[in-house]
Design a protein around this ligand. Structure first.
Ligand code: IPM
Ligand code: MG
Length: 358
């Protein structure tokens, strides 16, 4: 089959991890007889430098016309002092919104081989960690009204956190559907003891839950959830939460699995089109040094094959290849531990390539 993929390498380590990922996809295409056509486009800091804007129209057009979008990372210190609307991160938010990608799926799985990289004690890890964070992605405080004004005590700034029933309902459905394919447990995370938007969230989630009597639902306040994640991560299956809480908790979930360099994500809307990106950022401190871990991006490509293209076998082949490379004791710096073999970005990509179909 033929698939058109828009590729946004972006800033920092983005281009390095994307390069390895494209090679992996090309190999998968060869072995399984698919044609992946890649169209590279600019967004973020590099787009500011080249064209003076964070998200050129052409980029948005190409993304809209493609079957899926693969993204590296956006942002960096060079552009940190720009006003909010002109920051590279804003390009990401605009893309998510413009493509209608309201459901962000972030699986946090601990590979057995990476147990040593996990900062938690073995008795806390137990049988391992396998959590799926389902984060609402196009609403909440990220997209509410924001601004500045002169108040009684001087300058004030505000970001409104707002949710509509429809927005909560559709993301809740996504979470319950995913839970059904896993261990049938949803923990909805909110701050209903304080926030009105959380009280609406909770009541809508409860309504949706009625259609999923086979899925166990519990609610948790976000402060407690942050604590429970390090106290007893095994209690979680699917975590359903808002845009900002999901941003924070998914970073935490990634770290307890060993490294933020391992976690992929899929952003989905009503149809099969999705955007796939690692959950880590552009890591400017190690950019261009062949140190970045490409696994999160390669795993994101696997998610793309599974969710947007319905290519389960191909996705599994990539995941298996990664497991094999880890089993063979190869590690990038972020997941390095005693007696392992340290490799760079390119070498890690090459090792994964060699395992695919082999
Ligand atoms: C993420 C990132 C983004 C977010 C930033 C870069 C805008 O942290 O995808 O988790 O907050 O959503
Ligand atoms: Mg984040």
């Amino acid at each position: 089959m033929n698939f058109n993929i828009a590729v946004i390498p972006g800033d920092g380590i983005g281009p390095e991890v994307i390069m390895e990922t494209i090679q992996v996809l090309e190999k998968v295409g060869k072995i399984f007889n698919h044609k992946f056509a890649f169209t590279e486009v600019l967004a973020g800091g590099c787009a500011i430098d080249a064209q003076g804007e964070i998200l050129p129209e052409e980029t948005l057009d190409v993304c809209k016309e493609s079957d899926a979008v693969l993204l590296g990372a956006l942002g960096g210190p060079k552009w940190d002092n720009l006003p909010g609307e002109k920051r590279p991160e804003k390009a990401l938010l605009t893309l998510r919104k413009a493509l209608g990608l309201y459901a962000n799926i972030r699986p946090a799985i601990m590979y057995n081989e990476l147990k040593d990289a996990c900062p938690l004690k073995p008795e806390i890890i137990g049988d391992g960690i396998d959590i799926c964070v389902v984060r609402e992605l196009t609403g909440g405080i990220y997209f509410g009204e924001k601004g500045r004004k002169n108040g009684k005590m001087g300058e004030e700034a505000y970001d409104v956190k707002q949710y509509s029933e429809v927005e909560v309902e559709r993301i809740a459905k996504t979470a319950f559907e995913i839970a059904r394919k896993r261990n049938s447990r949803v923990t909805s995370v909110d701050k209903a003891n304080v926030l009105e938007s959380s009280r609406l969230w909770r009541s809508v989630v409860e309504k949706v839950a009625k259609d999923y009597p086979d899925v166990y639902l519990n609610h948790m306040y976000v402060d407690n959830a942050a604590m429970q994640l390090v106290r007893d991560p095994g209690q979680f299956d699917v975590i359903l939460t808002t845009n900002m809480f999901g941003d924070i908790l998914s970073d935490e979930a990634s770290m307890i699995t060993g490294s933020i360099g391992m976690l992929p994500s899929a952003s989905l809307g009503e149809d099969n089109k999705g955007m796939y990106e690692p959950i880590h950022g552009s890591a400017p401190d190690i950019a261009g040094q062949d140190k970045a871990n490409p696994i999160a991006t390669i795993l994101s490509a696997a998610m793309m094959l599974r969710y947007s293209f319905d290519l389960e076998e191909e996705a599994a082949a990539i995941e298996k290849a990664i497991s094999e490379v880890l089993k063979n004791n190869y590690r990038t710096g972020d997941i390095m531990s005693k007696d392992m073999k340290l490799v760079g970005t390119k070498e890690m990509g090459k090792l994964i390539l060699e395992q695919i179909g082999g």
